[in-house]
Design a protein around this ligand. Structure first.
Ligand code: ADP
Ligand code: MG
Length: 405
């Protein structure tokens, strides 16, 4: 990353890489998931929020058909022609960027896919045949791989820039589906639509309540600021070698459980069905199912509690979510458990691991006046346990993708 003054303002590095004239700057946030883990691919509920860490793309318009992209992340420029957009031709981090252009052009062919049909709207106007090439310069303060979705921040910032510059008429919901299509097929990561939805639809001091079946979304006020609360993120820096395998394995367990219980997905079960599930399923599959079923209920309860009693009352739901992931879904690690327990012991309202599991980050909902005490206690407990020092920082619910200049 460059350290000159010129390059420390967003977009300032553009001119050191590209010689086209800057036509605008767009940004999109990462996200944290307040509650609703491993529910997305079970057609369930999630409650993420956009955070005040953003990826910014500064764009120049070209007079040819090339897309060229550079990032403070990496040396050099990567390019592709708009006439040669094909997932097979994309690799590495630039696949997130070029993948958006490909997915925009591919969307009309996917209009009947669930994510696009749920978004509604007419995709036939998505035509890149006369689109101009672009120079794109990427900067970000979203930490990568910390469970805060730097990937969705990158996709969403690029998506809003491209649609505006190419004059494409597409809803934010459909744009989330474009981001997911890019990530699934251009990058090759089998992820859901939660991250892009949060990054594109988020609002300050609010969360996005998303039904992963209907894809209906609703902005839910968090009220953290008024209540004097903040979210503390604890990045453990643990990257488990089995993270991918574990994720695939948990998905299979969920599919197996749903099939054995005769439902299309675990979304179709509720807490009353668990007694029957215990009789039909082996112990491990039952516990996987119980996590998903109770987690869906906890998301619904969190939304209701936020509305009726306010954010200080959701702590027990966050705590229960962690226990469920630790004991039933078995995706926690000792570092995440320690972060959660230490936060709880030092005055957090509630705490839980977040993300796919086997490492990554935990979140704690904390009173602002306890924040430093809790953060220090977590650092000290990691040192005592001989764990690598975690990165501890606060995030606030922020607005979704937007044009900045
Ligand atoms: P995360 O949990 O942060 O979303 P992912 O593995 O899904 O982790 O996405 C991280 C990847 O996204 C990086 O490895 C890189 O390929 C890409 N990426 C994210 N931010 C940037 C950036 N600022 N510049 C270039 N590539 C980025
Ligand atoms: Mg990601």
């Amino acid at each position: 990353m460059s350290t000159t003054d010129e390059n420390s303002t967003p977009g300032g590095g553009f001119a050191s890489v590209f010689d086209t004239e800057v036509v605008g700057r767009w940004s999109a946030p990462g996200r944290a998931n307040l509650i609703g883990e491993h529910t997305d691919y079970n057609d369930g509920f999630v409650l993420p929020f956009a955070i005040d860490r953003r990826t910014t793309v500064t764009v120049g318009r070209r007079d040819d058909r090339l897309l060229r992209v550079a990032s403070t992340f990496d040396e050099g420029i990567v390019e592709i022609s708009l006439d040669a957009l094909d997932p097979a031709a994309m690799s590495g981090w630039s696949a997130y960027v070029f993948g958006i252009a490909w997915a925009l052009s591919e969307a009309p062919n996917r209009a009947t896919a669930p994510a696009f049909s749920a978004a509604g709207g007419d995709l036939s106007g998505l035509d890149l045949s006369s689109a101009t090439g672009l120079d794109l310069f990427i900067e970000s303060d979203v930490p990568v791989g910390a469970g805060l979705s730097s990937s969705a921040a990158l996709e969403s910032s690029v998506a809003v820039a491209m649609t505006e510059l190419w004059g494409l008429d597409i809803s934010r919901q459909a744009l989330a589906a474009v981001g997911q299509l890019a990530e699934n097929e251009a990058v090759g990561a089998p992820t859901g639509i939660m991250d892009q939805s949060a990054s594109l639809l988020g609002r300050a001091d609010s969360a996005v309540f998303l039904d992963c079946r209907s894809l209906d979304s609703e902005v839910v006020e968090l009220g953290f600021e008024t209540a004097g609360l903040e979210i503390l993120v604890v990045d453990t820096h643990v990257e488990h070698a089995h993270a991918t395998g574990g994720y695939v394995d948990r998905r299979r367990s969920c599919e197996r459980g749903a099939a054995a219980l005769g439902v299309g997905s675990l979304r179709d079960l509720d807490v009353d069905d668990l007694e029957r599930a215990a009789e039909v399923l082996d112990d491990e599959t039952f516990r996987r199912v119980r996590h998903v079923v109770t987690e869906n209920q906890r998301v619904l309860d969190t939304v209701r509690t936020l509305r009726t009693d306010g954010p200080a009352a959701i702590g027990a739901l966050l705590d229960a979510s962690h226990v469920s992931m630790r004991d039933d879904f078995e995706i926690s690690v000792p570092e995440l458990d320690l972060a959660v327990e230490t936060a709880q012991a030092h005055g957090a309202v509630g705490a839980r691991m977040t993300g796919g599991g086997f490492g990554g980050a935990a979140i704690a909902l904390v009173p602002v006046d306890r924040r430093d005490v809790i953060a220090d206690a977590i650092r000290a407990s990691f040192a005592d346990a001989g764990y690598r020092a975690p990165t501890v920082f606060t995030v606030h619910a922020a607005d979704g993708a937007r044009r900045d200049s």
